[in-house]
Design a binder for this molecule. Structure first.
Ligand SMILES: Cc1ncc(COP(=O)(O)O)c(C=O)c1O
Length: 303
């Protein structure tokens, strides 16, 4: 696993304290009852203590707490509900996702599930470019929500799916609203406005370290920007796997978490190893989704 620490970056401190995010009334008014309930259900996920994992570590530290933000409590089952909802809301507000247009994006699963769920609830069609080798669970969920799926070369991974989505968007600009989660600012802004403020409130402003996995980088960038405004001394550490993960470590705590959540926990424990003797550490990490969508993965049968 490679880590990078943005603790030394300087960002402008802003007023401390933060109000919980509220969807504007225009979002509620245009969403219908089901859409409104869905939007209201996104975010405000529990922060769970992962004390079973830290219990035997570093008794010489004055304070050591590890917390996981349980993002599978979102209605679509992952952290990506936040970004997808914000992308959809802003596109509708800006007149880009108008009736008759199809939302198009590339995804390896969770964002697609969120778009498909929102499309079914709010009444817009969704087309997703997805690497062919995503897990069968993800394929079935996307199908169940009625998304149109364009499978892309598994050997090319997310880059291949992104390339095909670009091509479709360029060829048919009148047909599609291209959501482009990789470059859409609504992605990181969702976390700036919701995830960071929730963490701040849930830790009563005590958080000292934030650890997150990178996909599109929306979660890390948005959460970090806001946390650094609230307290510039918070260390923010991003993680990228440098090899495949084997096993789902978070299960030790009685939580069946997904692969990236397990990696985030492993990364957080690496942060613990590097703490100084007298350092206070209240570490928060993102548990992006649960393990249920990975139960058919091959690694369960590997040594
Ligand atoms: C399971 C999981 N974890 C982490 C991430 C990373 O989130 P982000 O795209 O905000 O960097 C993703 C993104 O798709 C994901 O699906």
């Amino acid at each position: 696993m490679t880590t990078s620490d943005s603790g030394s970056q300087s960002m402008t401190p802003a007023a401390s304290g933060s109000a919980p995010f509220q969807w504007p009334s225009s979002a509620k008014a245009t969403s219908g009852a089901r859409g409104e309930a869905l939007l209201a259900g996104i975010g405000n996920t529990p922060l769970l203590p992962l004390d079973a994992l830290t219990r035997d570590l570093h008794h010489d530290l004055p304070t050591l707490e590890l917390w996981g933000k349980a993002e599978w409590y979102n209605p679509g089952g992952s952290v990506k509900d936040r970004a997808a909802a914000r992308i959809v809301f802003e596109a509708r507000r800006a007149g880009k996702l108008t009736p008759g247009k199809i939302l198009l994006d590339s995804t390896s699963g969770n964002t697609g599930i969120a778009y498909a769920m929102l499309g079914a609830a709010l009444g817009f069609p969704v087309t997703l470019c997805v690497p062919e080798n995503i897990s069968p669970e993800r394929k079935r969920i996307l199908q169940a929500y009625g998304a149109n799926i364009i499978y892309t070369d598994p050997a090319e991974g997310s880059d291949g799916a992104l390339k095909i989505a670009h091509q479709y968007a360029e060829r048919h600009p009148d047909l599609y609203f291209y959501a482009d989660q990789y470059s859409n600012d609504a992605n990181w802004r969702a976390h700036y406005e919701t995830t960071a403020n929730e963490i701040w409130q849930q830790t009563l402003g005590r958080i000292t370290h934030f650890v997150a996995m990178l996909g599109t980088t929306g979660t890390f960038v948005g959460t970090t920007r806001r946390l650094k405004e609230l307290n510039p001394t918070i260390r923010c550490i991003s993680l990228q796997p440098d090899s495949a993960f084997h096993g789902i470590e978070g299960a030790k705590q009685g939580l069946l978490v997904g692969v990236s959540a397990a990696a985030a926990v492993v990364g957080s424990l690496q942060v613990v190893e590097h703490l100084k003797k007298d350092q206070r550490a209240i570490i928060v990490t993102i548990l992006a989704d649960s393990g249920e969508k990975y139960l058919s993965e091959r690694f369960w049968n590997e040594e």
